[in-house]
Design a protein. Sequence first.
Length: 168
Amino acid sequence: MAHIFIGVGSSINRRENIRLGIQALQQAFGELRLSNVYESEAVGFDGSHFYNLVVELSSDLSIEELITQLKAIEIQLGRPLKALKYAPRTLDLDLLLYDDVIDNSRDLPRAEITLNAFVLKPLAELAPTLLHPVLKLSYHTLWSQYPANKQKLWKVDSPVITEPLSPQ
């Protein structure tokens, strides 16, 4: 079983799309661990604020199968097949880490981890002692070194968003 971290984000009908995305991930992968949800400004374009969190799970799927499953969930929840990179999103599911795999062709580990507070902070919450596969620093350390004023981030207090479904 691979140890996997997925970044989840939405800027369109954020609360509902995050909730539905988490439900779809739980149905596809079973037990999930969730970070807190954070609100952040759009990066790379002028647009509505995003809600973001990180989800931790385990799966036997290969990297390709996992990415295919994540894209299917995004499309199921209204994301256009050929969505622009810097544009509003109904749901964005990004594979951040797949075990300790380093694969530049698949952006693993995902570069956004160290670039964006809305990825690094929730990842540091879920896995503070886990080491970044390339940098060999813990996510707690990376977050403590992140420039305080680089990006604005607000914790969203709403358990309704991230309450996983009860096991069936």
